[in-house]
Design a protein around this ligand. Structure first.
Ligand SMILES: Cc1ncc(COP(=O)(O)O)c(C=O)c1O
Length: 385
């Protein structure tokens, strides 16, 4: 029996040709494709600047540093996310504060952002869970009132729209990050990017991805401006560079993003119809303000079935559905518990976690496979009744 994974990359002949061309060129690490990829990300999202890096985690890390986060600061984020959204705050010595989710969208609830603000709060880090955008206008208004920086974790959400804006435009934030890991909407193998409309942040981000160094004649010792070999280190940065090989793949994938998102919507539409009003679980919703990227399709099991989630999940795996749980609330991880975070602090997040099962959704999923997922899901829930 073949296994249908919950997510999978779509790499075609045009992607392979793009990568091959780079391998035959003079540039393997940062070259013309990196710049071209960044220009294409700006053109696609509407943001003024893009800095592509080696992963979504690296993007979060340099965004958090560029925001000036440091020891003693607090940052409000969602507990239902991948570890990196909160870890990047710890990397800077700051403290993540988890705001409970809205059970309907699974995104952080703006009222819990308001409730979490203290004198130490420095930034907000909303996560567009499953590719469904948070209410950014409201979040940005809270930030504006309290003098906070906003970093959008849009790892799931390239291709999504908030009102009339593409996610990543940074119309309602200071920075937004993407991940290009293979299960995401477009891939570079490993990779990520930070988008911003601020030149100051852009310059910091560019330095941080490359050991904190600069050759910018306006920033370095004036007497050395005509020395081609000269550079200066102004920040403690990293090697977070992405390669031309990866950027070529990203560029090629970005050309196909509309078809990827369209197919994800078609599949979600078939699931929505097949599962509408069923007695076993609730399905993802799209708010009026949102056009989701449908990065994942998480079912939320109703009470009676959430108690049997473990057994249902195991049965799905046994039947060849590569289902997954997105996510364990971050603060329940042993590392976070040791830092003093307590079970019971975000009740909606913990309840959601007991209910969640993500079923397969990705552009290469064929109609027959979608039908097999639907039949298998119904069969398993009927047996669990
Ligand atoms: C919400 C979220 N943020 C950040 C990341 C980190 O991205 P990467 O795996 O590219 O480092 C992920 C990856 O799964 C994610 O899901």
């Amino acid at each position: 029996m073949s296994i249908i994974p919950y997510g999978h990359q779509s790499v075609d002949a045009s992607d392979i040709t793009s990568v091959k061309d780079v391998l035959k060129s003079d540039w393997l690490t940062q070259g013309p494709k990196v710049r071209a990829f960044e220009d294409a990300l700006c053109a696609y999202t509407g943001a003024r600047y893009a800095v592509s890096v080696s992963s979504g985690t690296a993007a979060l890390h340099i965004a958090a540093l560029a925001a000036g986060l440091k020891h003693g600061d607090e940052v409000i984020t969602s507990p239902i996310t991948f570890l990196a959204s909160a870890n990047c705050i710890l990397y800077c010595g700051a403290r993540p504060v988890f705001g409970d989710i809205d059970p309907e969208t699974v995104n952080i609830d703006p009222s819990n952002i308001r409730a979490g603000i203290t004198r130490k709060t420095r930034a907000l880090l909303p996560v567009h869970f499953a590719g469904h955008p948070c209410d950014m206008k409201e979040i940005n208004a809270i930030a504006g009132k309290n003098g906070l920086i906003v970093i959008e974790d849009a790892a799931h959400a390239i291709g999504a729209r908030y009102k009339d804006e593409r996610v990543g435009s940074c119309k309602y934030s200071d920075m937004a990050i993407f991940s290009f890991h293979p299960v995401k909407t477009i891939t570079t193998g490993e990779g990520g990017a930070v988008l911003t409309n601020s030149k100051v942040l852009y310059q910091k981000l560019m330095m941080l991805r490359n050991h904190g160094t600069t050759k910018d004649p306006g920033s370095i010792d004036k007497r050395m401006g005509d020395c081609a070999w000269y550079y200066e280190m102004h920040e403690l940065g990293f090697n977070y560079r992405i390669t031309d090989i990866q950027a070529a793949l990203g560029l090629s994938q970005l050309k196909r993003i509309d078809s990827f998102i369209k197919r994800r919507h078609e599949i979600a539409g078939v699931y929505n119809k097949a599962f509408d009003g069923n007695e076993y679980f609730d399905i993802p919703i799209e708010k009026d303000h949102a056009y989701s990227a449908y990065h994942i399709y998480p079912l939320r099991l109703k009470d009676r079935f959430s108690r049997k989630r473990r057994e249902i999940f195991a049965r799905m795996r046994k039947e060849g559905l590569g289902v997954q749980v997105h996510y364990i609330p971050v603060y329940l991880q042993p590392y976070y518990r040791k830092l003093g975070y307590k079970k019971g602090s975000c009740v909606n997040a913990e309840s959601y976690y007991q209910r969640a099962i993500s079923i397969p959704i990705y552009p290469g999923l064929k109609a027959a496979e979608v039908a097999r997922v639907i039949d298998t899901v119904y069969k398993i829930f009927r047996e669990a009744r």
